[in-house]
Design a protein around this ligand. Structure first.
Ligand SMILES: O=C[C@H](O)[C@H](O)COP(=O)(O)O
Ligand SMILES: C=C(OP(=O)(O)O)C(=O)O
Length: 443
């Protein structure tokens, strides 16, 4: 690979595993370099074009999935349930807010986690923190927690399996609009959000019947464009999966359509920012409440110097209590600079707290409040609220509190299954989609 693509190696890279055996890592990297791409550069360009429409105010991003995917979680049921939930959310947004929705999974590659502490202590025993299935295991044993580079290969194969299922579901009939009821069948009787969705699905059915009677039955009603994304945290992995596109001669990280830089690794002069500057995928950068206008402008200069539409999304994660204070100046000054960015709201990561039981959790009300703040800020500035980025699962877990079928703090232990941060369950995700649609309509 060209020297330019290796320039990140000279810079500090935060949050990288301490691999015990560098030789083993190098052998794995060589294998990864020989494996086929998971996505094609042309598909990344298609997503870039869709994100350009978002930056122009013509479409809305729905990006979401697990906080941390696991190898064990790459099953047909789990993937289908996540996809189903995301499709239902997208339908709510498309139909109720009348906006095209760009669908991006935190799926097929979200296997690495930045951590606030390098180690975890339980009953006096200190072990390396879990950093995602791509790095080590969740079990609290020295064996599981020791970083193992073979896991990078497993992450590749698990991504391939997941992506294959996603492609089959989205192109093979499951995502057909005539299935709007079928996606909800197991859900309608038991949840307020499911009942609300059913009403909307009936209206869609009628609209479809009307269109068919008029002779209109476009391809878009039968298949769905769905893109993959992850935090490109472990640079040895994402670098090994970077390929030169034969059409253009330019490098793309072909492990996912879109990759993002996390809040903990977006420092100016960091290895992550350098690596991202050299790949041509559409990219995101998470921006927390301490982001200065200068930080944002320097990131734009480095990551999108040609102001290419759709190339850069800023994913803000301020927290419900801070967004109204910190977001306006950022959006105002970035917009005044002429930079074209898509603004996406991550209402999860600024709203995590520890419940008395010790579970990390989030309140759906805080999530909704941050999203409302995001819309208020953009409405006041005349800019476009471009999308949401969430952690959710298609299963009925009890990890976040609140929602139409309210989960309280005492319920958290019932089904707390996340490998890292708490996710919205299916009902909470649909509650959120309905609220976002209302906010979008009135923006
Ligand atoms: O998902 C994001 C981070 O990996 C996560 O918030 C880190 O959490 P920690 O503070 O438990 O390390
Ligand atoms: C770590 C994450 O978020 P952030 O970088 O915003 O903390 C994440 O999205 O998994």
């Amino acid at each position: 690979m060209s020297n330019n693509l290796d320039s990140w190696r000279r810079l500090p890279a935060a949050q990288q595993p301490e691999w015990p055996d560098r030789g083993a890592l190098e052998r794995v990297v060589t294998k990864l370099e020989g494996l086929p791409p998971l996505v094609f550069a042309g598909e990344c360009d298609n997503l870039k074009a869709e994100l350009a429409a978002v930056a122009r105010g013509e479409a809305f991003v729905l990006q979401g999935g697990d906080c941390a995917e696991t190898f064990a979680g790459a099953t047909a049921d789990a993937v289908r349930n996540k996809l189903k939930t995301l499709l239902q959310m997208a339908i709510v947004l498309t139909y109720a807010a009348k906006v095209p929705v760009v669908k991006i999974g935190r799926m097929a590659g979200q296997f690495a986690k930045p951590r606030s502490k390098g180690t975890e202590i339980r009953e006096g025993v200190e072990l390396p923190a879990y950093r995602g299935d791509m790095v080590n295991g969740l079990d609290f044993t020295p064996e599981a927690r020791t970083p193992d580079p073979e896991r990078l290969l497993q992450a590749y194969h698990s991504s391939a399996v997941t992506l294959n299922l996603i492609r089959a579901f989205t192109k093979g009939g499951y995502a057909d609009l005539r299935q709007v009821h079928a996606w909800n069948q197991d859900f309608v009787a038991e949840s307020p959000a499911g009942k609300r969705y059913e009403q909307l699905a009936r209206e869609i059915d009628q609209a479809l019947a009307f269109m068919r009677a008029c002779g209109a039955d476009p391809e878009e009603f039968h298949t769905v464009e769905f893109y993959s994304s992850h935090e490109a945290l472990i640079l040895d992995y994402d670098h090994a999966l970077t390929r030169i596109d034969s059409r253009t001669g330019l490098p793309y990280d072909v492990s996912a359509h879109m990759v993002w830089i996390g809040e903990r690794t977006r420092q100016l002069g960091s290895a992550h920012v350098e690596f991202f500057a050299n790949i041509r995928n559409p990219i995101g950068v998470k921006l927390g409440p301490t982001t200065s206008v200068d930080d944002a402008l320097v990131l734009i200069g480095k990551l999108n110097p040609d102001n290419e539409p759709g190339r850069l999304s800023f994913i803000t994660r301020m927290g419900a209590t801070k967004i109204r204070e910190h977001l306006p100046e950022l959006v105002e000054k970035v917009t005044a600079s002429g930079a074209q960015v898509a603004w996406i709201c991550d209402p999860m990561h600024g709203n995590t707290f520890e419940a008395p039981s010790g579970h990390k959790t989030r309140r759906l009300d805080d999530v909704l409040d941050e999203v409302a703040g995001f819309f208020e800020v953009h409405r006041a500035l005349g800019t476009h609220p471009g999308g949401i980025h969430i952690e959710f699962t298609g299963d009925d877990v009890t990890e976040c509190v609140g929602g139409g079928r309210a989960i309280v703090e005492d319920d958290l232990a019932l089904r707390y299954e996340t490998a890292c941060d708490p996710r919205l369950n299916r009902g909470q995700s649909l509650d959120l989609a309905f609220r976002v649609a209302e906010l979008y309509r009135s923006a």
